[in-house]
Design a protein. Structure first.
Length: 95
């Protein structure tokens, strides 16, 4: 098996967090490091509708965060390989 993938979707009442690129980037990096992952330089941008997209590349694979401001939904994809568990990243992210 190459690795593990976790997909999650969260409905957030605090929509201001959904278009806060610095917050989304920082929580992705924090979650990865808390699980013991090696983090490379994250990429973050907002599209013309105000939706946020963050990619946190890891030595062990990646985290992708997609936030839909209008719907109040945050999508999270975590793919890991080696000794890092995707569920550990998800658990930290949920806090």
């Amino acid at each position: 098996m190459l690795g593990k993938t976790v997909l999650a979707e969260f409905a957030l009442e605090k929509r201001d967090l959904l278009n806060n690129l610095a917050y989304l980037r920082d929580i992705g990096v924090y979650s990865a490091r808390s699980a013991g992952a090696t983090v490379f330089e994250p990429l973050a941008y907002q599209d013309e509708r105000g939706n946020s997209h963050v990619l946190v590349p890891l030595h062990e694979s990646h985290i992708a965060i997609h936030a839909d401001y209008e719907k109040g939904i945050l999508g999270l994809e975590v793919f890991t390989c080696r000794t890092i568990r995707a569920t550990d990243i998800l658990d930290t992210f949920k806090r």
